[in-house]
Design a protein around this ligand. Structure first.
Ligand SMILES: O=C(O)CCC(=O)C(=O)O
Ligand SMILES: [Fe+2]
Length: 285
């Protein structure tokens, strides 16, 4: 099975159809150069200060930089990109009434970094979830060109339906080669890995992933983007970070500093496809 590339006019239904069939798909040229350059400019000071990965999986010549909802306004726009968010909602809708932001992370693979071990991202929750549940939908935005030589993401189309112990043959592995500004969608169940960088320049991807509202997020968003920063953001971003209730009783809180019961703190109600209501996080420290 080949990895499909759709044009920038692709709609949610096209992405969903490709995900259903292959578990992965590229939509090319979604962002203009100016947006990509702006993102890169916002995050580069943080990437420069990031150490290389601590093990082979993280990549000993790879920099992984998070807290991007807090650090980059352009990243916040990408988190709520219409095509991505509508696709994530529709994809996860059979399993939840709300989705949440799982992680924000640039992955800068430097020359000489070997290929990452092949895996499924759903292993973040161990192997406890039943295979009938699709827990997450993932994106990697190409912030440089992704080429065969510089470590474009490897993936095995169709492997989202395989028994977990099945190993891919070399000819079943594709690479998500794509121009800067394109986005690679892949499910939590499809086999994939970062490629080896055999070029002379770093490869930069932005990994933004979404999961079921009732699961624990991979990146702790309450610490990575605390209330005093989140209070100024678009309510849709606030809700995706987790400043909302998941289900009827999930994620409620009490204001620890309120002695009078008078402080107004409203959480947004972000239901799939719905518009969030106003949130007031201004009272929190
Ligand atoms: O950098 C990439 O292309 C993929 C990385 C990846 O799959 C991961 O770190 O989980
Ligand atoms: Fe991964």
């Amino acid at each position: 099975m080949m990895l499909k590339t759709l044009g920038p006019e692709a709609e949610v239904k096209d992405v969903l159809a490709a995900l259903e069939e292959a578990g992965a798909v590229i939509v090319r040229d979604v962002l203009d150069t100016q947006t990509v350059d702006q993102f890169n400019e916002e995050v580069m000071p943080y990437i420069e200060r990031t150490p290389m990965g601590r093990d082979d999986f993280a990549g000993r010549s790879t920099k992984r930089t998070g807290a991007l909802a807090a650090r980059s306004a352009t990243c916040r726009d990408l988190i709520v990109n219409e095509l991505v968010l509508n696709t994530a909602e529709a994809f996860l809708q059979p399993f939840t009434s709300k989705i949440t932001l799982h992680l924000t992370q640039t992955i800068e693979i430097h020359p000489g970094n070997a290929a990452q071990q092949i895996h499924r991202d759903r292993y973040a929750w161990g192997t406890y979830l039943p295979t009938s549940v699709e827990p997450q939908l993932n994106t990697i935005w190409a912030m440089t060109d992704f080429t065969e030589e510089n470590g474009a993401t490897h993936c095995v189309p169709g492997s989202h339906r395989w028994p977990w112990e099945q190993k891919p043959k070399p000819e079943q592995i594709c690479q998500a080669e794509m121009s800067k500004g394109s986005v690679f969608f892949y499910t939590g169940s499809v086999l994939h890995n970062g490629g080896a960088n055999r070029s002379s320049a770093p490869r930069l991807g932005l990994n933004l992933t979404y999961c079921l509202g009732w699961l624990r997020q991979e990146e702790n968003q309450y610490l990575s983007c605390p209330p005093h920063l989140a209070k100024n953001f678009d309510p849709k971003v606030q809700a995706l970070l987790g400043y909302t209730q998941g289900e009827y009783a999930l994620g409620y809180f009490s204001d620890p500093l309120d002695e009078t019961g008078q402080r107004e703190i409203v959480a947004p109600e972000y239901v799939l496809g719905g518009i969030p209501e106003a949130i007031t996080l201004g009272g929190l420290p």
